[in-house]
Design a protein around this ligand. Sequence first.
Ligand code: FES
Ligand SMILES: [Fe+2]
Length: 385
Amino acid sequence: MAPLELPNTHPALRYCWHPVARSADVGDRPVRVVLLGEPWVLARFAEDGGLAAFPDRCPHRMAPLSLGSVEVAEGVAAAVVSGGPRRVLRCAYHGWCFAAEGRCVEIPALGPGSAHIPPKAHLRAAAGVAERHGMVFLRPLAPEPGQPGTEELAPLAALPDVEEAHDPAFMAGDLPVLRARASAGLLADNFLDMAHFPFVHAATFGAEEPVVAPMTVERAASGPFGRWTFTSVSEHPFLHREDPGVADGVRPLVQRRRVTYRVHAPFHLVLRLDFLDAGGTNVIGFFLQPETEDRTRIYSTLWRDDVGHDPERMRNAVDFELKVVEEDLAVQEAYDVLSLPLDPAAEVHTRADRTTLELRRMLAELVEAAAVAGGPARRPTASVR
Ligand code: FES
Ligand SMILES: [Fe+2]
């Protein structure tokens, strides 16, 4: 049976990457994050990276490991930790120490020696933890090799990348991380939606043409992300108030803009705006962390090649974008049901909604593929409300 909806804690999302922190916020101390209703601890095992993520629960008496500390391995633990980062995560309750890959290397109450460490004392690390564009991404689970569905879900192991972030012509500017009483699926839907601009964003950028231009929506068939990605492109006239050429009389106020959305499952969204007459490109990255059933954190970064690398102009752009997101949240936080409908019959779609319909299709396929892989994805380890 086709999946009906996608709430924030759907088990299929456990096979995907999600942002869980800004890199700068994970220093020497363990950091607790919540993803898909489950608590995790992030710990840096080396100054220059060496990040690991474990369920935030000590196997001994279930104390949150995020209360503990990351320490340079000494004595007995140092003898056991060989190669790799020589630091350990120490639980604050009874001092058990864990190496970067999750191995328990010291139980102080048993004295020196690791001979007595029970096999169940080891932590099971997340399937993936990685840093990109100043964010920490976590992937809770990888499908078990040999299980049905593994091949289908394998491309989800690739972490999406924003190509403009590597182009020196672009300057980056981060919005503050926002937390909303909202659904990641619905926020993603809203980010891809263009028909709301004149209504929700009348006070910022949207006081213009309400007709949504035709778009081409292209789903990938193969490539590093398999079919878990699509692109939507359209071109439309808009009022280019920021163009100095308008004031100088060199160009008209109404100019052409190309809008390209690049979407990676589940909630990695990039909007690229190319100003076809005045030149210049704005890129908005929008990455969502489904924390709990009714809470989502939003990481957004702008990349612009038209601010002359001027921090002041970038700050203004970030402030403006923040207002735009707040306008969106006023609607999104008012929803009663916080879950993205995946059943095409549950809503009314028009040709102006092709991009957001493709999001639903792709996520519905993801849910189905994950259900085939089944197994551990269906068993969350703990839950946070
Ligand atoms: S609960 Fe962590 S060491 Fe006992
Ligand atoms: Fe919006």
